[in-house]
Write a protein that binds this ligand. Sequence first.
Ligand code: ADP
Ligand code: MG
Length: 240
Amino acid sequence: MTPSVEFRGVSVHFGRTTALDSLDLAVGRGETLALLGPSGSGKSTALKALAGFVRPSAGRVFLNGEDVTDLPPHRRGLGVVVQSYALFPHMRVADNVAFGLKARRWPRADVAARVAEVLDLVGMGGYARRFPRELSGGQQQRVALARALAIRPDVLLLDEPLSALDAALREDMIAELLRLRAELPDTTLVYVTHDQGEALALADRIAVMRDSRLVETGPCEQLYRRPGSEFTASFLGAAN
Ligand code: ADP
Ligand code: MG
């Protein structure tokens, strides 16, 4: 089957810095893949190359078999939640969520219905008229997720979506994301995190990154019990 997401030999350089070195990785339709590694290992860069926010210096990225390397971000049809999930502060929650739909010229009535639907999906149904500053960090995070989901993306990219939350809220959001996964079984999820616990809780498969390179990839259980490298063993082991 054609992978939902595929990196083929993708490298990214910033000046002399190699941020991503020859990444080869495929993610299947409906799969949740955690890109796991310490800070500075190239996770966000990989996600940005996929989203079209940075240009690879080598290699190609594919979505559903289509080479999208030369497409601008808005033509890739992805839902993206970046590390700092900044909502538009001057817009109400509903308008934040509607933004991508209006950009795609959805009819007004459809926009309103879809906004209500995704806000319900993330448990924020009662907050449509609020402004971001009137919400807690966790609530803002949910709205950012709703905004990404609104366009019904085949592929959802989340970059450290829980990093701004305290431990209790993080637990809630993990439960929320697991519920969402169950409700959207065809949505492919690429989940960037430096947190072993999050990766193990959420992912079907983990891809371990270190120093701009992919170390290894495998199902959570396998990487945890039979890590293929010293690095994976110590990094995943650090969760306990
Ligand atoms: P991670 O998300 O795993 O923490 P990043 O992908 O953000 O790592 O960064 C990988 C490497 O690339 C790091 O050494 C980082 O300093 C560097 N880097 C990332 N973005 C830029 C940029 N815009 N300009 C220069 N260097 C960058
Ligand atoms: Mg990052």
